[in-house]
Design a protein around this ligand. Sequence first.
Ligand code: AHQ
Length: 236
Amino acid sequence: MQSPAWTRTEFEARLRERGKAYHIHHPFNVMLNGGRASPEQIRGWVANRFYYQIAIPVKDAAVLSNCTDREVRRGWVQRILDHDGFEIGGIRDEGGIEAWLRLAQAVGLTREEVLDQRHLIPALRFAVDAYINFARRAPWQESVCSSLTELFAPEIHKQRLATWPEHYPWIENGGLSYFRNRVSQARRDVEQGLEVTLGHFVTRAQQERALEILQFKLDILWAMNDAMALKYGVAA
Ligand code: AHQ
């Protein structure tokens, strides 16, 4: 006998409850946003996180390639434009990947050493590739669900904006524009992601599956921080 499905409200609450495993709580992030990271640790974080940033549009294109729902694609395609940038009808936007390269230069990295991935940690690459491969293979609704770690993202972007200028005055302020842009973009992403997830995962078994998928993605973000902590050290 299957347990009864949770109401939408209860289901959303259980998704949000997983926020306690979000990487904002990882010791490496606590060190970083707590002002105790060295320039070398910050540069390592920016260079390695770049691999996640360039993976996102590839992951989102995989979602689109599996998605047969035009309404969903209309919303989802914006995510690719957010990162790759665009020029449409005279409106230009350099995109988040370019903004991340500006962050790299602001923390003292060259564009070349970020683009050529010389600092990339194998374990971090494997965690990010697991995300892309999941999106290629899973039903598109499961990939949408996996993006819901962004429920917790506005807070981490706001935390950086609130703490880095004070802790790391040597980082030129324009380098933080990526985080500024993401606060509103993450909110818009989550609106669509939550709508699809709450609407698709309706039986109790499906809802439990959705929580598993969210935990899988939380583990990807956590494992990325583990890899960076091992390579660059983490001050408790
Ligand atoms: O900059 C981030 C971003 O563009 C995305 C897209 C989204 C997804 O599709 O999985 N998740 C995500 C995230 C971004 N930044 C991370 C950070 O800590 O800066 C947070 C991350 C997420 O919460 O999944």
